[in-house]
Design a protein around this ligand. Structure first.
Ligand code: M6P
Ligand code: ZN
Length: 192
């Protein structure tokens, strides 16, 4: 392994930007509209095509020994009652974990083990919470509040992202707003 020089990144809470910016990824509704269960509501909102989330990947080599890290923000909003959320993923290298540190906002992390168990858990994402995603669990972050949900994520450099399973099947549960409260419900489209 080669030496790499130490460095800082600085997150500015006032404008929600990271410096240096690194690799900035933005996801609009059109990047994930078929992940929401209410097709009609998604189609309606597509005209506006809101920004759902963005994340700043600090540039470190994607290899074993390094710790990939990024600052993400999921914006507030919903599609037919289903809160704005990340696409969600498993790690390509399945036995790699991840830590999320919530900086501001309010939300939940939805996690699920691989089929056939497909066990679902959620943890609260509130300022100061350190959320642990153990190896093997798929994970998606969901903004249940009215401010951007902002968090730092750290994971092994080699972990990689596996989106295919979630794109195809979704999560077993969805998080929807009912009477102003987040309620976890069965995903009606989840295959048996
Ligand atoms: C977090 C980390 C990243 C991830 C990002 C967006 O910051 O887990 O690795 O890429 O959220 O989530 P997704 O990749 O599921 O769209
Ligand atoms: Zn991850």
């Amino acid at each position: 392994m080669k030496y790499m020089d130490p460095f800082n990144s600085k997150f500015n809470a006032a404008d929600l930007r990271l410096k240096p910016e690194g690799d900035l990824i933005t996801r609009h509704l059109s990047d994930m509209d078929d992940m929401y269960h209410d097709r009609e509501a998604a189609d309606e909102l597509l005209e506006e095509n809101p920004l759902i989330y963005r994340y700043y990947n600090v540039e470190v080599p994607e290899e074993r020994g390094h710790l990939a890290h990024c600052v993400s923000m999921v914006f507030p909003g919903d599609v037919g009652g289903e809160y704005f959320m990340t696409k969600g993923h498993f790690h390509e290298i399945e036995d790699t974990a991840e830590i999320y540190y919530t900086i501001q906002g309010r939300g939940k992390m939805l996690m699920q083990t691989p089929a056939p168990e497909s066990r679902v858990e959620t943890v609260d994402m509130l300022p100061g919470n350190i959320s642990y995603v153990p190896p093997l669990w798929a994970h998606r972050t969901i903004n249940t509040g009215v401010q951007p949900l902002v968090f730092l994520a750290v994971y092994p450099g080699e972990a990689g992202h596996e989106y295919g399973i979630i794109e195809e099947k979704g999560f077993k549960k969805i998080l929807v707003e009912e009477d102003g409260e987040p309620v976890l419900k069965d995903n009606p489209e989840y295959p048996d």
